[in-house]
Design a binder for this molecule. Structure first.
Ligand SMILES: [Fe+2]
Length: 355
């Protein structure tokens, strides 16, 4: 008796023309690793799947386990490991079993991505336990999950093509923003273009920025890439159900956030009116007190967000870098708070003019 497991939409019967939303036909592929005799999957692709032209071993792996395989405390002197090589090919194994290896490398070459083969092993690393339900803490802050990751690139096109054609991501949203139109004499400014890619199946979203002309070199995105010697993750957004409670709790624990000028809140009622959001559930005085930002895209559709201080400042450790966390609560708006770029820039200019 065959076992069928369906993920996503499928045609009524196998091998029928299966229409895409734009009227075209999905590409059908039968995929298995034992020809036509073993279990297989019937896949429907939006684009022609990548053809495998040849398979070559990257490296032969032969690791030797320590003969004395007793469980005891061990100190791995990783600082003494040789540096250099590639993150994928030159890792030195520290702990391994038949399913997974925990390795260490200080790479000097770049790999575009890392892939993990799990073969049914659920935990992240050996020795960890997988739980169907999260357990262990009370989650007093009220984090619900991951919302998006934002990265900065010197040039966006290769990264977007790679996400689209290799990883199967789709375009979700894009925007160009420049501050020159807010500077009367257009003598300076900073601009960016941002494209958000997503995987509709899992909902995973990657927002990707590149510097935008004019004043390309002084763009914040270009400055990031020059200082970090390449592309990298700028921030990671965690979602919450109650941002007021979350920010109060974090502030009480001494967590610092990026500052927001008072002028931002002076202009907020008029801005919400202009955005067509109307009234919001939260008290504007409380948002001002906690420095929570608001953006919206229609009647009753908005989001609340706030950014933690960048890690180097938060931890007093320059090597922690410019990375920072965002906290976001969505109330209908599926955007990323782009309206706050402009609102924050305008409020900083206004605060400087009033000073
Ligand atoms: Fe974000």
């Amino acid at each position: 008796m065959p076992i069928y497991h369906q993920l996503g939409e499928m045609p009524r019967k196998r091998h029928l023309p299966f229409r895409k939303k734009d009227g075209g036909i999905h590409y059908e592929e039968l995929m298995g690793n034992k020809g036509f005799v073993g279990p297989s999957s019937l896949l429907y692709h939006l684009r022609l799947p990548t053809a495998v032209k040849s398979v070559e071993p990257l490296r032969n792996v032969s690791w030797t386990a320590e003969p004395e395989r007793v469980v005891r405390h061990r100190h791995f002197r990783t600082a003494g490991l040789e540096t250099g090589g590639s993150p994928v090919l030159d890792r030195a194994p520290l702990l391994f079993n038949g399913d997974v290896a925990l390795s260490m490398v200080t790479p000097e070459k770049e790999d575009s991505f890392r892939f993990i083969q799990r073969d049914g092993y659920k935990p992240l690393y050996p020795g960890f336990e997988a739980h169907d339900e999260p357990s262990g803490g009370e989650n007093g802050i009220g984090f619900v999950g991951y919302d998006h990751t934002t990265s900065n690139f010197p040039t966006l096109a290769p990264a977007i093509l790679w996400l689209e054609h290799v990883m199967g991501f789709e375009r979700f949203w894009e925007i160009e923003f420049h501050t020159t139109d807010l500077v009367p004499d257009q003598s300076h400014g900073s601009g960016l273009r941002s494209i958000v890619m997503w995987d509709p199946g899992s909902g995973v979203k990657f927002a990707n920025n590149e510097p935008w002309r004019p004043f390309f070199r002084t763009s914040q995105i270009n400055a990031f890439c020059e200082e970090q010697h390449g592309a990298g993750i700028q921030h990671l957004a965690l979602s919450v159900k109650d941002i007021i409670h979350c920010v109060r709790e974090l502030r009480a624990r001494g967590i610092e956030f990026m500052p927001t000028p008072e002028t931002y809140y002076d202009a907020l009622p008029a801005r919400l009116e202009k955005l067509g959001v109307g009234s919001i559930d939260e008290d504007l005085g409380v948002l001002r007190e906690l420095k929570v930002l608001v953006d919206g895209d229609g009647p009753g559709s908005y989001l609340l967000q706030i950014f933690l201080k960048e890690s180097s400042g938060l931890y007093g450790e320059s090597e922690a870098g410019p990375f920072f966390f965002e906290i976001i609560q969505r109330k209908g708006d599926q955007g990323f708070g782009a309206g706050n770029f402009r609102a924050l820039f305008e409020s900083i200019e206004r605060a400087q003019a009033e000073a």
